[in-house]
Design a protein around this ligand. Structure first.
Ligand SMILES: [Cu+2]
Length: 267
């Protein structure tokens, strides 16, 4: 446990110059789908969202799926590799270096809550000598029917929303329940970051990543301070993995993404 913590601290507080909390991003661009929209391009990339990079090279995910009205659909076949810039364009970095990211198209056929999830291939971070696997969820509501945003999918580690995770205002409180192997995970660290579109600059130190913990019941709450996409990552320890005959710790995390909207004009 101590070793795991030490490794984790390196990553968070500056092993590299720009290395902060990493998040797998499952990005549908819209949290609400309404006519005439039928298709969404959903992207999967691995980065440090508030800082706009550096992005990390992502191997083909083990599985991508969606839950709709009680049914699971495997979307892994539709995954396409895309090139992702090391730094978000708003950073203005000269580097043209690209890493692998993934994309799939989803056609919405029925009204209801769509819980998209990705199980990535564990990522080996050489500077920290640790594997990282972030099982990530995002919920898209289609055509107005609210049918199961709070469903527990039974992923190895999962954040189950206690607050409807779409149609949120900036300033709303978001709460979630963390389940690991189906049991509430108490005392776990949650990292929160804004998916920076370049509108927030000059953020540094503890402002990059907000940090909170789950209570005895495995729940947490956070007030979303401004509009945009926000990621919540719960950190936990998985079973160590082998690479070249050596065992390395696995950071097994759950991530959820949601979008908050600006307050109405005049409010
Ligand atoms: Cu990192």
């Amino acid at each position: 446990m101590k070793r795991f913590l030490l490794i984790f601290l390196f990553c968070l507080w500056g092993w590299g110059i720009n290395v902060w909390a990493h998040f797998l991003v499952l990005f549908p661009e819209k949290d609400l789908v309404s006519f005439p929209t039928r298709n969404l391009e959903i992207r999967i990339f691995f980065t440090h969202p508030m800082q706009g990079g550096p992005a990390m090279d992502l191997e083909r995910p083990l599985k991508v799926g969606v839950w709709v009205r009680g049914k699971h659909f495997d979307l892994s076949q539709g995954l396409k590799e895309i090139k992702w810039p090391l730094y978000a364009p708003w950073r203005g970095e000269k580097s043209s270096q690209k890493v692998r990211a993934w994309q799939f198209t989803y056609q919405f056929k029925r009204p209801g809550d769509h819980i998209f999830y990705v199980i990535p291939t564990p990522y080996f971070e050489p500077s920290e000598e640790v594997f990282i696997q972030q099982i990530t969820k995002v919920i898209v509501n289609a055509f107005g029917a609210e049918t199961g945003w709070d469903v527990y999918l039974g992923l190895p580690i999962e954040i189950v929303p206690l607050v409807r995770p779409y149609g949120l205002w900036a300033g709303n409180l978001f709460c979630g329940l963390v389940l690991k192997n189906g049991k509430p995970l108490s005392g776990a660290e949650i990292e929160v970051e804004y998916l920076n579109d370049g509108s927030v600059k000059e953020v540094s130190g503890p402002f990059v990543t907000q940090v909170l913990k789950t209570n005895q019941a495995g729940e947490f709450c956070y007030t979303i301070p401004w509009a945009g996409w926000w990621g919540f990552a719960v950190l936990s320890e998985g079973k160590p993995l082998k690479k070249d005959g050596r065992e390395y710790p696995l950071e097994l995390d759950a991530v959820i993404w949601l979008r908050a909207y600006p307050s109405p004009v005049g409010r």
